[in-house]
Design a protein around this ligand. Structure first.
Ligand code: ADP
Length: 245
């Protein structure tokens, strides 16, 4: 966001975006549930150029004991970008950005998980970004939603996320890397799709109030498209299991 656009980069022309999409079109998405043997639940998501794995462990006793909450389970999402996931190698380990993303995703997931059912427990959600191409927090949260369902963690709903934003004065759905770099606003949104309750909403850049309403509406519509794919991925995994047995 806010990077100076090189002269030869055209973000919007003839109602088409730099990657050929229409303003309200989402990038191609592929979701697979249950890809890791040792995790209690897992998912793999490809979303545009993003490739992300999510692995869920728990509910299990939270350790060390002093972090336990006697009333509910604690939800620890840990977002990590592989060193090779971006163009210039990323320094391994947590940085300010990944700590922030881990925190907002943990808080979003906590709102749908029935944590009161598991006092003193921890539910760990590892989100590993293998390839990053803008929108990784949305893709990571979406992968986490599928992995939690795959782990059989009781939830009110399967959380899902999608961003909307603005480039060259136009409100658009699901920004790609160039749009993220040179655009005017990026607004990741996560919802519980059964009720459209907002679980996460962040904003990089600026929108007028009217643009904000339009972007929120678009992001929620995007979430519903992705939500259908999450459910299909889960059904596919469990259909296959039924066939084998
Ligand atoms: P999100 O991935 O949720 O959109 P940001 O807006 O912070 O989060 O990042 C946008 C994109 O910038 C990322 O998806 C990634 O492609 C790139 N990026 C983020 N951190 C780094 C980094 N340390 N080095 C290089 N590229 C990065």
């Amino acid at each position: 966001m806010g990077m100076k656009k090189p002269e030869d980069v055209v973000l919007f022309k003839d109602n088409k975006r730099i990657d050929g999409r229409k303003p309200n079109e989402i990038r191609p998405i592929k979701i697979e549930a249950g890809v890791l043997y040792r995790a209690d639940g897992s998912a793999y998501v490809e979303w545009g150029g993003n490739k992300i794995l999510a692995a869920v462990y728990g509910p299990r006793e939270a350790l060390p004991k002093h972090i336990q909450d006697p009333r509910r389970a604690i939800v620890n999402a840990r977002y990590n970008m592989a060193a090779f996931s971006v163009e210039d190698r990323k320094r391994p380990g947590p940085d300010r950005r990944s700590i922030e993303i881990s925190k907002v995703i943990s808080e979003a997931l906590e709102r749908v998980i029935l944590t009161e059912q598991f006092p003193r427990a921890a539910i760990d959600v590892n989100i590993e970004v293998l390839d990053a191409d803008a929108g990784t927090r949305c893709a990571g949260l979406t992968a986490a939603g599928v992995a939690l369902a795959d782990a059989g963690i009781p939830m009110r709903d399967i959380p899902v996320a999608c961003a909307a934003g603005k480039v060259e004065g136009k409100v658009i759905l699901d920004l790609c890397k160039e749009e993220d770099n040179y655009g005017e606003a990026d607004m990741p949104v996560a919802i519980a799709p059964l009720t459209d309750e907002i679980l996460l909403l962040q904003m990089d850049g600026h929108l007028t109030y009217d643009e904000f309403e339009k972007a929120l509406d678009l992001a929620i519509k995007g979430c519903h498209i992705v939500s259908d794919m999450q459910k299909k991925a889960l059904l596919k995994k469990y259909e296959e299991v039924l066939e084998v047995e």
